[in-house]
Design a protein around this ligand. Sequence first.
Ligand code: BES
Ligand code: MN
Ligand code: ZN
Length: 504
Amino acid sequence: MSNQHPLSIELANQTPHPSKPQEAIAVCIFEDAPHVSAIGLGDLQGDCEALVRDGEFKGEAGTSQLVYRAGPNGLGARRLLLLGLGSHSDFDASGLRRAASMAAREARAGRIKHLHFMLPDVEGGNERLWTQAVAEGASLGLYAVDFYRQKEDEGPELERLTIIASAETEALRADVSRAKVVADAVNWARALTDEPGAFLPPRELARRAAEMATEFGLRVESLDADEVRERGMGGLWGVGRGSEEKPALIVLRYEPEGAARTDELWAFVGKGITFDTGGISIKHGLDMYEMKTDMAGGAAVLGALRVIAQLKPRRRVIGIVPAAENMPSGHAIKPGDVIKTLAGYTIEVVDTDAEGRLVLSDGIAYARQLGASGIVDLATLTGSIVVALGDHRTGLFSNHDEWAQSVTEAARRAGEPVWRMPVSDDYKKRIESPIADFKNYGGRPDATAAALLLSKFAADTPWVHLDIAGTAWHEEDQPHAPKGSTGVGVRTLVELVCGEGPKP
Ligand code: BES
Ligand code: MN
Ligand code: ZN
């Protein structure tokens, strides 16, 4: 459920002369010269430069300021929203995207209905990329998590964004509409992730996935709990069996027009734990609170499929989300139990809180059964990756250098940076069990052990594992986003399938 106000985005190539109090002009300001960066600001250029000269605004990244300037001939007041972009050397599309998100948030807080955004004027600039970043950023910035807060009429909302570019072209218009498709899907995935666990058990996640699939023309091939058990998906079944809410394997398929069954198929597998109590190895205290977001990987996969269905690339893609609620009960798996996975391997469950790798092992095995030639899994998998990389880098693990490189490039273009970590049998002691083929927990370093275990299920299929435990959620309000989920992964997957970069 999301209550986001729709934002209409248009393009213009003329200096805006807003006259209404509910309008403002957003201007990018750099820390280093030239500070004021806009094409065709007209008489406002001098005004902005004066503000920077007077030290009123320094242009630090993540800062903004709303100022009032007298209109021409001293009549009326014009609002300027100054946006800090940091230094020119750090400038890129992700910085601009964040600045646009911040602008939208500030505009909303300032009761501005119509924001005119001046694209920055930087050397070697790419207006198409900038336009896309601003359109995406502004839409992402308006994401709000207060679904269940009662609202009084709080006054005007930001309704219109006019992006001021040097020319208004067909290509730029297409970039804006693509940006809207992407941002809407990211916000849709965020809303799923921020939904409380009680409102989004596996069957509801499956229902919402199917509803989205019908709306955008994807095929639904999901399996219910009985099928999961009968097919021998002991990892997913084992994790789900402690809950009153039955597990499900959500499967959505995108087939481009005229695709042959022999064409390559890429599979995206997302961890879909709708709530992670830890099971019998129960979590304590505040560790549990964030665990409604333990299906962020699944939401990212669904969000990416939602975009792919609209952008229609020439590539077969399947999305697989093993969904379960990890709960303790008389039916739950216990530490020491052994489960048998779809791939045939057995796993000793040393700790029921290491459940993500159990459901993913079946998700990855199923992707292989369906004939995937490349796999990317996304999972809020380990606290260990949060310790290692915090919330600024996603951990990337892979068994295939070229595939890893493609995903890394896509993530860079998407502004969702990853950092490669090892997959190596050096760590195999951590997953060796005296009683079964593997065990699911062997002490630290856990992110590395978890990835090694998953690699056994990927076998010789090119595979990338993205541990997004640190990047899926902001613990605090940010200038560009509220406390809550980030939708990380959606844009990386979209770039991978629909972007320009190198492919294996
Ligand atoms: N979902 C958690 C990982 C997690 C931790 C996600 C913090 C987001 C933020 C995962 O299922 C888990 O519980 N991992 C444990 C495993 C351990 C008990 C073997 C962990 O990392 O502490
Ligand atoms: Mn867990
Ligand atoms: Zn978990």
